[in-house]
Design a protein around this ligand. Structure first.
Ligand code: URA
Ligand code: SF4
Length: 322
């Protein structure tokens, strides 16, 4: 067992980790100890330049590690070195494995309030100019424009005909959507499919997407409970929706629920008051909002659910006959 003394900074850990890696010391043989003093100057000097022969570490790892190092958790040095070891010796793409427990812990640390979280820059830098839907979808799979990608399984991009006349926009993927990588395939999707069938609209002919492309949730035991995205996350993801709408140019744009409706009609939009009416917007000559299928599921009792469902169907019928 080797005790390694470091200052509680990313740089100090990195210096020590490089030497340990060079000497082939496995994580199980290291005990990390935080000290206030700088490490021995000779050690620092020796390790300033990466030692020859050391495998290059992916930039993404360094970014996450730097942020995780800023979290006030005493076990982070061990976790960082374990993960680094595995990135170098087992799996260069380890960080892409969002189901790996160590990766999850690392991401959680990096995203914790104590960590110097990088100002999210939003989706715009990830979007290829003038791209079609296929290209957009491929690019969105790599989006790290806000923190939501860290915990979700995958990007859930819009799905449907690139030449669709009707585009429907929900809020964000849920648990099932996150796992399957497609929008509206869980309980809300069932309600939507039933309502579409009732008015004779074919889901295949539509393009269905969400305002936010990653699932946001809170873990409670084994369950992942949906969390409403925050305004900054909605804003970060909005360029994807803009790009989808620019590529498709729908004749009819349907907002499912308040999140999508507020993006399109502005913050003063109220579903109960303003739903079910067509208005021209810069995205589509006929833009309309209706209840979110999940709102039907959240109705207090069967009577209220039936009432909400009937209103959803009423609105969708206007779309089917427009
Ligand atoms: N709710 C949404 O808003 N979108 C989905 O894809 C699933 C549930
Ligand atoms: Fe990018 Fe949107 Fe996912 Fe944030 S939620 S990482 S902006 S795709």
């Amino acid at each position: 067992m080797r005790t390694v003394e470091i200052e509680p900074t990313f740089e100090s850990w990195q210096t020590a980790a490089r030497l340990l890696l060079r000497d082939g010391v496995p994580p199980a043989d290291v005990r990390w100890r935080e000290i206030a003093q700088p490490v021995q100057p000779s050690l620092v000097a020796e390790a300033t330049a990466p030692p020859p022969g050391v495998v290059k570490v992916p930039r993404q790892f360094l970014d996450v590690a730097r942020r995780a190092a800023a979290a006030p958790d005493p076990t982070r040095w061990q976790l960082l070195y374990e993960t680094l070891w595995r990135v170098v010796h087992q799996n260069h793409d380890l960080l892409a494995d969002t189901r790996d427990p160590a990766v999850r812990r690392l991401s959680a640390l990096a995203a914790s309030p104590g960590a110097g979280s990088r100002e999210a820059e939003g989706a715009a830098p990830f979007i290829p100019a003038g791209a079609g839907i296929t290209e957009l979808r491929a690019a969105a799979a790599r989006c790290t424009g806000c923190d939501l990608y860290r915990h979700a399984t995958q990007t859930v991009f819009g799905l449907g005909a690139a030449g669709a006349r009707i585009v429907m926009v929900g809020e964000q993927p849920g648990d099932q959507e996150d796992l399957k990588g497609a929008p509206f395939v869980g309980p809300a999707g069932e309600v939507l499919d039933r309502a579409l069938a009732d008015v004779g609209l074919d889901r295949q002919s539509l393009y269905v997407t969400n305002a936010v492309k990653h699932f946001k949730f809170e873990e409670r035991g084994k369950r992942r409970i949906h969390q409403t995205p925050r305004a900054n996350e909605i804003a970060a993801c909005r360029p994807w929706l803009e790009a989808e709408l620019a590529a498709i140019h729908p004749e009819i744009l349907v907002c499912l629920g308040a999140t999508a409706a507020r993006i399109v009609f502005g913050d003063s939009f109220r579903i109960t008051r303003d739903r079910g009416r067509f208005a021209p917007t810069r995205w589509a000559p006929k833009t309309i909002a209706t209840y979110h299928p999940s709102a039907v599921l959240r109705g207090q009792d069967e009577a209220e659910q039936a009432q909400l469902y009937a209103m959803l169907v009423d609105d969708l019928r206007k779309i089917a006959t427009a």
